[in-house]
Design a protein around this ligand. Structure first.
Ligand SMILES: *[C@@H]1O[C@H](CO)[C@@H](O)[C@H](O)[C@H]1NC(C)=O
Length: 476
């Protein structure tokens, strides 16, 4: 471990790029891409309906159809997330990633041709399929990345996925601008562009090997595993690493897998599970995706014209990338609980001020600009802690045998909450106007207090120490 000759080489970099760019890019791109052209697509939905039936739709109905198109992505995500286990076992990590592109191709075709076919149902179906693709990517790609990386690079490579997600959110927002592809003619191509990372992955990933761990631990093929590892390390001296993998295999067989029933009935597993679930809810119910999906609409609501709104959205996307980089750099040094509390507390104060600004927007034009700063700060505070800490906590609160089950529960909760926010935000904004964010004030206040009272600090603690804390409940 830690030898320079086993560090990053060209082939490993190629495999990382194939897996991360081809998968995380889909994930971020499709989160961000609905933001800028929202208004255009809503007009198109209405027109499409009018052409079919000679009747216009009410504003509420258009909003509802659009909200479904945005958020059905998350239902697909749940299904994809749930399929990760089966697909990664049956087809392998690389095989699963390659197979997953089928969903992306179906989705790109449905979305790209929805306008020419005059069907918003195709758009909704496309969002569903790309959701499945992203749910699977979110499980398979980090697995592949961590399994092909040498131990001392694992942390850094593990953060690549998240970073590419934020960068591709930004790219989707740039391409969605009115001066680029955010127009009534080009938006179907903007959505269909999700085919690009698929093509890249289908061209490059076949040259890379399957995860050596999968080949050894799941298929029991020693020689093939060694070949794959040799390819990735660019060195024949892989015996140490092979030995480590065998040892891990033996250790794995000794640890029984925890079932969901055990997790719910055993006190020392239930407490951390409740915390993990609450942190996922905190992440999504903070309202972050309301902002990421709909910031352009929010800026419009605050009184900015549509061009300025789009630039403000870009500023937000850029800050998101920057803060994600910073938080990844400090996460090992700062306490998890501290970062989570700072982030949630900051978002709480921010969203209170934002509500005031949106309510007062008619009184002075400069208030709209304060709203921009507040929305950007909201994303900054999110990236400080609530963006990444919940995922760290899930892995740190559980020992090997329980981690897989805890992760599945957490992923499901996360996509479900994301779905609820995506579906509910625009209709509720329509009903409550500027006071829509009060809902997030309530949630953020609750989760800030919960984190302060119930979440243990896991920094520099072993999993045994953490388990002991839960048994004795000394963490309060
Ligand atoms: C939908 O289109 C009809 C007919 O063009 C129009 O009267 C109506 O205002 C539109 N509704 C919305 C929500 O834009």
């Amino acid at each position: 471990m830690g030898f320079d000759d086993k560090g990053l080489n060209g082939r490993l970099a190629l495999a990382i790029a194939a897996a991360a760019l081809g998968s995380a890019f889909q994930h971020g791109y499709n989160i961000g891409v609905v933001n800028a052209p929202g208004e255009l697509i809503r007009t198109w939905i209405n027109e499409t309906h009018y052409n079919r039936t000679s009747e216009g739709l009410g504003k509420d109905t258009v909003l509802l159809i659009w909200s479904w198109a945005v958020s059905i992505f998350c239902i697909g995500g749940m299904i994809g997330g749930a399929l990760t286990g089966v697909i990664s076992e049956r087809l392998g990590r690389k095989g699963g990633l390659l197979f997953n592109n089928v969903f992306a191709i179906i989705a790109a075709a449905l979305e790209g041709f929805s306008a020419s076919a005059g069907s918003y149902e195709m758009l909704i179906a496309g969002r569903f399929f790309i959701g499945i693709n992203c749910g699977l990517n979110g499980g398979l790609a980090p697995m592949y990345l961590s399994e092909i990386s040498p131990v001392h690079l694992r942390g850094a490579v593990g953060t690549v996925y998240q970073l590419v997600v934020t960068i591709s959110i930004l790219i989707s927002q740039i391409l969605g601008m009115t001066s680029l592809m955010g127009t009534a003619e080009l938006w179907p191509i903007l959505l269909g562009l999700t085919i690009a990372p698929t093509v890249f992955q289908l061209v490059v990933l076949p040259f890379c090997p399957e995860s050596p761990k999968y080949i050894l631990l799941n298929q029991g093929k020693e020689i093939e595993a060694q070949k794959a590892l040799t390819w990735l390390r660019g060195s024949l001296e892989v015996h140490d690493e092979m030995d480590e993998m065998r040892a891990e295999y033996e250790a794995m067989k000794l640890v029984p897998k925890t079932t969901l029933k055990e997790m719910l009935t055993n006190q020392s597993l239930r407490s951390p599970l409740i915390i993990a679930v609450m942190m996922m809810l905190a992440q999504q119910l903070s309202g972050i995706n309301a902002v990421i999906y709909f910031s352009t609409d929010i800026f419009n609501e605050a009184g900015l014209d549509s061009v300025t709104s789009q630039y403000a959205t870009l500023g937000m996307g850029g800050m998101n990338v920057l803060m994600t980089v910073i938080s990844l750099l400090i996460i090992e040094r700062a306490g998890r609980k501290t970062l989570m509390l700072v982030g949630l507390g900051g978002m709480l104060i921010d969203v209170i001020l934002l509500t005031v600004c949106l309510a007062l927007k008619a009184t002075a034009t400069w208030i709209a600009y304060i709203s921009i700063i507040l929305v950007i700060m909201f994303v900054v505070m999110f990236a400080t802690g609530p963006g990444s800490i919940p995922w760290f906590l899930v892995t740190e609160l559980f020992a090997q045998g329980a981690r897989a089950m805890a992760t599945s529960v957490a992923v499901t909760v996360n996509w479900t909450a994301n779905f609820v926010v995506g579906l509910g935000f625009l209709p509720i904004q329509e009903a409550l106007g500027p006071y829509v964010f009060i809902i997030f004030v309530v949630f953020l206040a609750f989760f800030t207090i919960f984190t302060y009272k119930k979440v243990p600090e896991t920094k520099n603690k072993t999993i045994e120490e953490i388990n002991a804390m839960f048994r004795q409940q000394t963490y309060q």
